[in-house]
Design a protein around this ligand. Structure first.
Ligand SMILES: *[C@@H]1O[C@H](CO)[C@@H](O)[C@H](O)[C@H]1NC(C)=O
Ligand SMILES: *[C@@H]1O[C@H](CO)[C@@H](O)[C@H](O)[C@H]1NC(C)=O
Ligand SMILES: *[C@@H]1O[C@H](CO)[C@@H](O)[C@H](O)[C@H]1NC(C)=O
Ligand SMILES: *[C@@H]1O[C@H](CO)[C@@H](O)[C@H](O)[C@H]1NC(C)=O
Ligand SMILES: *[C@@H]1O[C@H](CO)[C@@H](O)[C@H](O)[C@H]1NC(C)=O
Ligand SMILES: *[C@@H]1O[C@H](CO)[C@@H](O)[C@H](O)[C@H]1NC(C)=O
Ligand SMILES: *[C@@H]1O[C@H](CO)[C@@H](O)[C@H](O)[C@H]1NC(C)=O
Ligand SMILES: *[C@@H]1O[C@H](CO)[C@@H](O)[C@H](O)[C@H]1NC(C)=O
Length: 630
């Protein structure tokens, strides 16, 4: 009996040991391998495969056709840096040219981050027409000239290009080709004002998606804090789900005790008392405590001022004529509606702060936007939105229901638009997907959004420019009606006399090219961005997509080229073409030409938003007349 118990105990120990090994991988030589990276099928998460050469202790990162040495890993940030391919000895060509450069498997949870600055070398003439910066002032020339080894081989090749990856939404490849550029390198967080001699070593940063709970065959594969159960997101698979009271921590790969938000003030704020306590228990406690207190005081001052400004601003707006019925919500109502800013209510995070889904006492669904604490720019953007949205109220614009000022950060409450963004629909990230967007429906969406923008431009007094028109700022309700949202960057035309702003506005791929020349955004800049949205509706392609050839990365340039070659229909979404009859094809072409008109280089040649809305209405009348005939 006793032996039996002892044996069970030993077996339990062994099982626990093997279960622990099933999560984090052992070090590769001296190099630690953080979870979820996986060097063998028995450890880590198998979707996060890396290669280990135990003899040298070096890890490398496999891509579709090659592998690249990993130079650093930050598990907390879920990022790693690899060394890009080297030049072939004596030639301005990278070793991975035969496999067309670096290509990640886009089904795996890795992508190339926006912190990389990529230099393309030995490029052909056709690249001069691309969204990459291939001018003679391009930073890549400094790099070539300032790096003796590279200058020795690439110095004589006249064309090179630079790409700042910021603004891209997803990217999985750095393409080099015989007909494009034949070599590349990359730098992480490059400060272009530094001389080349002080640049970091080349590196390419790659990011991974936080891993889900580990897979299991049975309970044996899970540790004592989790239970093997079916995965609701992946039928057939089972995962070790944390026992109650514990939550999955994807950076450590274990279940940890629930951290609940104790702070009465605000969205997901951390517990500052704990921070002070842990700091003050060390050496120099008094000094540290006073620094922390000074920081907290400053922070408090900033937020107090921001709150006062918001209250004052809101007062003015509500007292002025034309204000819509915006309500003043209390902090208590907001907290109740968001279940105390529970993480599972988080709809999105941006530079301005966070957006939560909320349910009011009467059952109304709302979207609640919180400015980031102490972020002056975020607070300004929120104030700006209040100013604008309290003045306009149009069927095609998302409605502001009210604000809340008795919490630490400014908060806005909007109507909740059920059905996600146009971008998500076009990219098939919604259950109904892109198939639900028939040609007639797409025209209706284009028309609604154009009407909303035309209203801002011509019916609001003074006119309002949206300045960040893009498919992810167009929301769809349950009936797929469009509503323009996100007025964070908008400006009232008359308060913006200077027009000059130094930092980049808008989004890459949608930004008016004239902005680069005179730093002014006008109503016609919205028309340009809207032209790109029309192309997305027509092609279901992304505004910027590094999986297209280098010179076609930018959708506007790609479709314009297709129009020049009289191949517009080749760019149209195959799902639309499949169902189109002759009139369908004609109306698709008509919308394509309208889009190209919106994308005219010179602003005065672009139509006004009102003309765009009217033109779409005309195209719709032809398209629906056809439907009625059939
Ligand atoms: C540039 O690329 C071309 C095409 O691959 C190659 O033939 C040429 O040798 C390269 N130039 C240099 C200087 O290596
Ligand atoms: C890269 O690998 C993929 C998948 O293994 C293969 O289909 C493709 O042809 C390869 N590409 C090149 C240029 O070798
Ligand atoms: C890409 O990854 C998926 C998921 O692991 C895998 O099924 C597929 O075979 C991979 N593709 C290639 C070309 O290696
Ligand atoms: C290209 O980069 C250079 C140097 O950073 C800059 O001066 C120039 O304006 C850029 N050109 C374009 C078209 O973006
Ligand atoms: C290349 O660098 C040298 C000094 O490092 C400088 O004198 C020269 O003007 C540079 N050439 C070009 C074309 O930038
Ligand atoms: C990479 O993927 C993450 C997670 O899906 C996403 O948040 C991020 O925007 C992507 N970044 C790029 C540059 O594609
Ligand atoms: C712990 O957090 C999870 C996820 O947020 C939640 O489902 C669970 O009810 C919480 N358990 C306790 C005891 O608070
Ligand atoms: C289970 O969770 C507790 C609390 O987080 C922790 O102290 C303990 O080490 C965990 N046990 C295992 C087997 O991971």
């Amino acid at each position: 009996m006793e032996t039996y118990t002892a044996l069970t105990a030993v077996m339990m120990l062994l099982l626990t040991a093997s279960a622990a090994a099933a999560t984090r991988c052992p070090s590769c030589g001296p190099t630690p391998v953080p979870y979820p990276l996986s060097t063998s099928p028995t450890c880590g998460d198998p979707s996060y495969r890396v290669l280990c050469d135990a003899a040298s202790g070096s890890l490398s990162f496999p891509t579709l056709n090659n592998s690249y040495p990993i130079t650093s890993i930050s598990a907390a940030a879920q990022r790693l840096v690899i060394q890009p391919a080297q030049l072939v000895s004596g030639r301005c060509v990278t070793a991975d040219l035969p496999t067309q450069g670096l290509q990640l498997n886009s089904s795996l949870p890795f992508n190339v981050t926006s912190s990389n600055t990529i230099m393309y070398l030995n490029c052909s003439q056709t690249l001069l027409n691309s969204p990459l910066n291939c001018s003679s002032a391009s930073l890549c020339h400094e790099y070539v000239n300032g790096t003796a080894a590279v200058d020795g081989v690439c110095g004589a090749t006249p064309i090179c290009c630079t790409l700042w990856a910021w603004g891209s939404t997803t990217s999985y490849s750095i393409r080099v080709r015989e007909t494009g550029c034949r070599a590349y390198t990359s730098f992480v967080n490059l400060d272009p004002t530094l001389p080349v001699s002080r640049w970091p070593q080349p590196g390419l940063e790659i990011q991974w998606v936080a891993p889900p709970e580990p897979l299991c065959g049975s309970q044996v594969d899970c540790d004592g804090n989790s239970t093997c159960g079916p995965d609701p997101a992946d039928s057939g698979a089972s995962r070790c789900f944390c026992n109650s009271g514990l939550t999955w921590d994807p950076t450590q790969g274990i279940c940890v005790e629930n951290i609940t938000c104790q702070d009465p003030d605000g969205c997901g704020a951390t517990d500052k008392t704990a921070l002070i306590a842990s700091l003050t228990s060390g050496i120099g406690a008094g000094l540290i405590a006073s620094i922390v207190l000074a920081m907290l005081y400053k922070h408090h001052e900033r937020t107090r001022k921001a709150r006062e400004r918001l209250a004052q601003e809101r007062e003015e707006i509500l007292n002025s004529n034309g204000a819509i019925g915006a309500k003043n919500f209390t902090g208590k109502e907001i907290k109740k509606a968001t279940n105390n800013f529970s993480r599972d209510r988080l709809l999105g995070v941006g530079g301005y702060g966070e957006v939560y889904k909320g349910i009011l006492d009467d059952g109304t669904l709302v979207a609640i936007k919180c400015a980031k604490l102490g972020n002056a720019k975020g607070t300004d953007q929120v104030l700006n939105e209040v100013r604008i949205l309290c003045q306009v109220n149009h069927r095609c614009l998302v409605r502001l229901l009210g604000c809340c000022v008795d919490l630490e950060q400014p908060i806005l409450v909007y109507e909740y638009v059920e059905n996600g963004t146009l971008l998500e629909h076009l990219q098939g990230h919604r259950p109904s997907g892109r198939a639900a967007l028939s040609w007639e429906r797409r025209l209706q969406i284009a028309h609604d959004a154009a009407e909303g923008l035309a209203y801002l431009h011509s019916s609001a007094v003074p006119p309002i420019y949206h300045r960040d028109v893009k498919s992810s700022n167009i929301l769809l309700d349950e009936k797929l009606n469009a509503k323009v949202s996100d007025f964070g960057l908008s400006r009232l035309a008359h308060t913006d006399l200077s027009h000059i702003t130094t930092c980049a506005q808008g989004t890459l791929g949608y930004l008016d090219p004239e902005y680069y020349r005179n730093y002014q955004l006008t109503d016609k800049s919205d028309v340009y961005s809207f032209g790109v949205v029309l192309l997305e509706l027509l092609t279901s392609q992304k505004a910027i997509d590094f999986n297209r050839a280098d010179d076609d990365v930018n959708l506007a340039i790609y479709v314009r080229r297709m129009v020049d070659e009289e191949r517009l229909m080749d760019a149209v979404d195959p799902l639309l073409k499949e169902k189109a009859d002759l009139m369908g094809v004609e109306t698709m072409k008509a919308l394509g030409f309208l889009a190209v008109g919106c994308l005219e280089e010179r602003r005065q040649n672009r139509p006004s938003m009102k003309e765009v809305a009217e033109e779409i209405e005309y195209i719709m009348s032809i398209a629906t007349a056809k439907v009625a005939q059939n």
